[in-house]
Design a protein around this ligand. Structure first.
Ligand code: AMP
Length: 121
């Protein structure tokens, strides 16, 4: 899969476009979605150049995988929505065309702060 260096999340990672940052470490960056669909709508992206989850799973190191997965819970805890400190949330990744992915850099949406509703509408 060819990664587009000019996608909007690549620009955010390079600091060329601002974001409302929630959390950052060596593996991930998390920021609020610009067009929130729920009371809390955060995005979690890996720092590596991966187009989508399938691309990530075929190329990422084990450390990057753990970093991304654990990072989701870290962010959810910071936002007060994790199962441990809050009432839970939905983590969702859109993958490629039929998945409805718009930005071609892997990202997980974290929806919470209220009941999220039906899984698919
Ligand atoms: P997806 O359809 O899964 O690719 O989701 C892309 C998400 O990125 C959408 O929910 C957009 O609202 C969000 N988005 C696009 N541009 C920005 C931006 N500059 N900052 C934060 N979120 C963004």
């Amino acid at each position: 899969m060819i990664y587009d260096n000019n996608n909007i999340f690549a620009k955010i990672l390079r600091g060329e476009i601002p974001c409302e940052k929630i959390y950052e470490d060596e593996f991930i960056l998390s920021f609020y979605d610009i067009n929130p669909k729920k009371k809390i709508h955060a995005l979690v992206i890996p720092k590596g150049k991966y187009v989508n989850l399938d691309d990530f799973n075929s190329k990422a190191t084990a450390e990057e995988m753990v970093g991304l997965l654990k990072g989701i819970t870290t962010v959810a805890e910071k936002l007060g929505i994790s199962a441990k400190v809050g009432k839970g949330y939905r983590a969702l990744a859109n993958i490629s065309e039929h998945g409805g992915q718009e930005v071609p850099h892997l990202h997980f949406h974290l929806f919470g702060g209220e009941k999220v509703g039906k899984m698919v509408e």
